[in-house]
Design a protein around this ligand. Structure first.
Ligand code: TXA
Ligand code: MG
Length: 306
C-alpha cells in the first residue's frame, strides 16, 4: 500500500525517497502536493511529466521556516517579511526575486521564485527530516481537481509516487494565496487560504489583484481545478439536479455546503470529487454570495466552470 499512516517510519521513508530523487505525496493544510527535492533537476522534470504540466508553469518551493527561505531569494522586501512573519507557517505563498540556488526548471525560467511554509505538522516533519527545500505542486493531473484527501489522489498520479503520507483531510481545502512581493507593489496573483482582508489589514494598505498588476502568473489558466463532469452555476438546485447547494439535499446526488466561506472552501473539492464518481451529465453549483470573503471560492468556481 502506498498510502502510509503518518508515523515516524513513514516520515523517514518519505525523506529517504526524496533524497534519492523520488516523488512523494505530501499532505498540507491546503491540498495534497507532489513533493520533490527542489535542487534536483531530474526530480523536478519528473514532477512536470507526472502532472502533464507545461514547463512554463512554475512550482512553489516549500521550506520549514523563513530562515530556510533566505538562501533561495536575492532579497526579501519589508512587505514580504511582515507577511511571512504573520502568516507563516500557513496558506500563503510569496513570490520573491530568486537566487542562483533555485534551478531554472523550478521557476519556468522566471527570475522570481514562489515560496511557502506550510503549517501541516506532517509537511513540516517531512521538510525537517529531508533537510531540503521541496517543490510541491498540487497532486492533481494538469487541469484536474486538487486532492484534499490522500485517497482522492488520481491513480495515474499515485503510480508515480514512492508513497503518500496520509495527513487526513486538508483543513483549508483550497490552495494557498499567491502574493507577488517581487516588485514595488504587492499584488495577489491567486486568491486562497489567507484572505485579501487579512493581508490588507496586516499591511495597512490595499493590494492589487493580478489583473491590475503588470505581472501575470504563468499557470493561471482560465480553466482549471475541474471535475470531469461539466459544471454549471445556478441560483437554486431543483429536486432532480445533481450538485452542490446551501439547503438540505433534495436527493442523494446533492451535497449541502455551509454558508461560511472557510467551511465551504474546506469541503468544495471533496464534494466535487464525490459527485464526479456518480458520473452524471452535468453538475450544478448554487452561486455563493458575492462578498469579498468569498473571493477564493469564486476564483475556483469560475475556473472549474471554464
Ligand atoms: O496550496 C498550495 O499552494 C499547494 C500546496 C501543495 O502547497 N500548491 C500549489 O501549487 O497550489 P501549484 O503548482 O498547483 O500552483 C502554483 C502556482 C502556479 O500555478 C503559478 O501560477 C504560481 O503558483 N507561481 C509559482 N511560481 C511563480 C512565480 N515565480 N511567479 C508567479 N507565480 C508563480
Ligand atoms: Mg495546482
Amino acid at each position: 500500500m502506498k498510502i502510509l499512516p503518518p508515523t515516524d517510519e513513514a516520515i523517514l521513508f518519505a525523506a529517504d525517497a526524496l533524497r534519492s530523487g523520488e516523488l512523494i505525496g505530501l499532505p498540507t493544510e491546503t491540498v495534497y502536493g507532489i513533493a520533490a527535492d527542489a535542487a534536483n533537476q531530474d526530480a523536478i522534470l519528473k514532477t512536470f511529466s507526472l502532472k502533464g504540466r507545461p514547463a512554463e508553469n512554475p512550482l512553489i518551493v516549500h521550506v520549514s521556516s523563513l530562515v530556510n527561505a533566505e538562501p533561495l531569494v536575492s532579497a526579501i522586501p519589508e512587505s514580504a517579511r511582515r507577511l511571512a512573519k504573520t502568516f507563516w507557517p500557513g496558506p500563503l505563498t510569496l513570490v520573491l526575486p530568486k537566487s542562483s540556488k533555485v534551478p531554472n526548471v523550478v521557476t519556468g525560467g522566471l527570475d522570481t521564485v514562489a515560496i511557502r511554509v506550510p503549517r501541516h505538522p506532517v509537511a513540516l516533519a517531512i521538510l525537517e527530516a529531508a533537510g531540503m527545500a521541496l517543490t510541491a505542486p498540487s497532486a492533481n493531473p494538469f487541469m484536474g481537481l486538487s486532492p484534499t484527501r490522500a485517497d482522492h489522489i488520481a491513480p495515474d498520479v499515485l503510480a508515480g509516487l514512492a508513497c503518500v503520507v496520509d495527513g487526513g483531510p486538508c483543513d483549508v481545502g483550497v490552495e494557498s494565496t499567491v502574493v507577488d512581493c517581487s516588485g514595488d507593489l504587492v499584488s495577489i496573483l491567486r486568491p486562497g487560504g489567507v484572505s485579501r482582508a487579512m493581508i490588507e489589514i496586516m499591511l495597512g494598505e490595499p493590494v492589487l489583484t493580478s489583473a491590475e498588476s503588470e505581472r501575470r502568473s504563468p499557470g493561471m489558466y482560465r480553466r482549471h481545478y475541474s471535475p470531469k463532469t461539466p459544471l454549471r452555476l445556478v441560483e437554486k438546485l431543483g429536486p432532480f439536479d445533481a450538485g452542490v447547494g446551501f439547503d438540505a439535499p433534495l436527493n442523494s446526488r446533492q451535497i449541502q455546503l455551509p454558508l461560511n466561506p472557510q467551511q465551504y472552501a474546506r469541503h468544495l473539492y471533496e464534494s466535487f470529487y464525490t459527485l464526479d464518481q456518480m458520473a452524471r451529465l452535468e453538475l450544478l453549483v448554487e452561486s455563493p454570495p458575492k462578498g469579498a470573503e468569498w473571493e477564493a471560492v469564486w476564483d475556483r468556481l469560475k475556473k472549474a466552470v471554464g
